[in-house]
Design a protein around this ligand. Sequence first.
Ligand code: SF4
Ligand code: SF4
Length: 272
Amino acid sequence: MVLDHHRLSPLVRKTYSPKAPRGPRPVELATQRIDKDPADWTAEIKNFALHNEADMVGIVPMDPEYVYEGYEINEAWVIMIGVVMDQERLNTAPDTIETAHSSIEVGEQYNRAARVSRNLSNHILEQGHYAKAYAGPYASALLMIPPAIAAGFGELGKHGSMISRTYGSSFRLSAVTTDMPLLGDAPDIFGADDFCSSCQVCTKACPPGAILETKQTVRGVEKWYVDFDKCIPYFGEALGCGICIARCPWSRPGTAPKLAQKMTDRRNRRAG
Ligand code: SF4
Ligand code: SF4
């Protein structure tokens, strides 16, 4: 059986092991606090992230909606980080023990996202401002997708992951929460949601059938819905699954900017 193969793959196990390279432990908060303008800190933080393995970085004010029920986060800002995945490796899914490229790619990019958030968090702590890193794939107090949408990373796709106008669906997220004074970014709406309305590629590709074809009303809001009771067991057994992301038309290298332009033009024509 395919899923058993993943557990037997030493390379997959190594990628998800506690010894995997997920960045440094938190440093102590510096006693001396450096003060700068929010615009200067924002430029410095984005520059730091982009020079320390991040491909995307965006900032939004904290919203209680971003925090899982029963948890509390008190920092004023969320810095979202995105790391792009190698589409060729991702597209080998589903894996076998001999070719576990996709699972390893998912794990390695989660580890890279963790390294960015931990290095960035330590950099902020060293400036005397409180910061805390959050990184997947394990659940934590912070929801990743809503602040990433608010920070301008893209729109929510039917597969429950995001679609960026530059990178399509092939990226993973991590985050840092902080009290450092910063400036926020704006959402980027270009028509990915419209595209999903007439596409069923991920719905058909998902092995456990976790992706619903139509939007569902969740807490009064209509949105795409993935049944995580079906996805998570498969993802866990497979030690990582990126089939829906790999098959999404937006993930084909070089495709996302062209599709985004096409969808934006269509929106503009409709608007008038
Ligand atoms: S990650 Fe895999 S199991 Fe989960 S929704 Fe995507 S294709 Fe389905
Ligand atoms: S595969 Fe199609 S429906 Fe699924 S997220 Fe991508 S564009 Fe949307």
